[in-house]
Design a binder for this molecule. Structure first.
Ligand SMILES: NC(=O)c1ccc[n+]([C@@H]2O[C@H](COP(=O)([O-])OP(=O)(O)OC[C@H]3O[C@@H](n4cnc5c(N)ncnc54)[C@H](O)[C@@H]3O)[C@@H](O)[C@H]2O)c1
Ligand SMILES: O=C(O)C[C@H](O)C(=O)O
Length: 311
């Protein structure tokens, strides 16, 4: 199995590293536009193989997509990260151009690949990749929900002083401050979380989750990479090993939740064909209202992208 990761920056290199040390595939190709960067990081990861004991080959290339030919999965992380004071949506103009040209190159050499978008603004960059590739929705998806849910689970584990392994949760909506964590579908080893934490504390955790990306941007001056890179690698693993894992993933909705032709995070089954199934949860009135608000926000940014593409 062969996986390409485009963008050898913080997120892309972390994703390649996780794919290698977990031996998810035999070969990882790392691509960047900056001369030498992907080659250097791929070599560094390969030189770590004897220490961490793995045999996945990592190969770096500068802009030479012929080396990516025949990839089973392609992860696109190329693009600007935000700086303090910016929203993810502020990145749209630059990153849409990057995602468009990268997608064109990727599908030229790997027409059968499943494409996972990481670049921000996530939901709308997934839409851009879809417009460019014209792939079916099962094969173009965005990574955000695993990351956002992981933040929510980590904050809950800390508050309850339990292992993060015990926290199971679902989170829906766009990858922005209107995302929708779902306490009603959150459990601690099967116990509803609402039985273990008071509602004030839970509300504070939900709020912190929604702005979790911004919290890290403020601390570091750029956005996160360890959890995002690992989350993208987890999606790759579910696909190449046909694990049929259930994750929140950004996908084009085609009528599910009463929403058509909009890119939003929803729980799906991930397997060898990509999105094997979109799971439709029963939402109560409040949860549905929050999902609709998130949809409204994503649609606004999608229309900005439409204008950019028609220029
Ligand atoms: N979806 C998520 O949950 C999530 C999480 C974290 C970061 N992100 C996004 O991922 C993107 C990357 O973040 P990062 O921290 O790795 O940034 P980074 O600056 O460290 O890396 C980005 C890399 O993309 C490369 N690049 C730019 N244009 C390219 C092109 N045309 N072809 C190939 N490579 C190109 C750059 O040279 C750079 O090495 C950002 O847009 C960020 O907002 C999304
Ligand atoms: O917050 C960002 O800009 C990056 C990413 O979307 C994140 O949530 O970490």
């Amino acid at each position: 199995m062969k996986v390409t990761v485009v963008g050898a920056g913080n997120v892309g290199a972390t994703c390649a590293d996780v794919l290698a040390y977990r031996e998810v595939v035999n070969e990882v190709i790392l691509v960047d536009i900056k001369e030498g960067l992907a080659e250097g990081k791929a070599l560094d990861i390969w030189e770590k193989a004897p220490i961490n004991v793995y045999d996945t080959r990592t190969v770096g290339v500068s802009n030479d997509y012929s080396k990516t030919a025949g990839s089973d999965v392609v992860v696109i992380t190329s693009g600007l990260p935000r700086k303090p004071g910016m929203s993810r949506d502020d990145l749209i103009e630059t990153n849409a151009g990057i995602v468009k040209s990268v997608t064109e190159n990727v599908i030229k050499y790997s027409p059968e690949a499943i494409v996972i978008i990481v670049s921000n603004p996530l939901d709308v960059m997934t839409y851009q990749a879809h417009l460019t590739s014209k792939f079916p929705r099962s094969k173009v998806m965005g990574m955000a929900g695993i990351l956002d849910t992981a933040r929510y689970r980590a904050f809950l584990a800390e508050a309850l002083n339990v292992s993060p392994k015990e926290i199971q949760a679902v989170l829906m909506g766009g990858h922005g401050d209107t995302m929708v964590p779902l306490p009603r579908y959150t459990t601690v080893a099967g116990i509803p979380v609402t039985e273990l934490i008071d509602s004030e504390k839970l509300d504070a955790i939900v709020q912190r989750t929604k702005t979790g990306g911004g919290e890290l941007v403020k601390l570091m001056g750029t956005s996160a990479w360890y959890a995002p890179g690992a989350a993208a690698a987890q999606m790759v693993e579910a696909i190449v090993k046909d694990q049929r894992r259930v994750f929140p993933v950004c996908v084009k909705l085609e009528g599910e939740y009463g929403i058509d032709n909009c890119y939003l995070g929803v729980p799906v089954i991930l397997g060898k064909n990509g999105i094997e199934k979109v799971i439709e949860l029963e939402l109560n009135e409040d949860e549905m209202a929050m999902l609709k608000e998130s949809e409204g926000h994503v649609r606004e940014v999608m229309s900005v992208l439409d204008k950019l593409n028609n220029k």
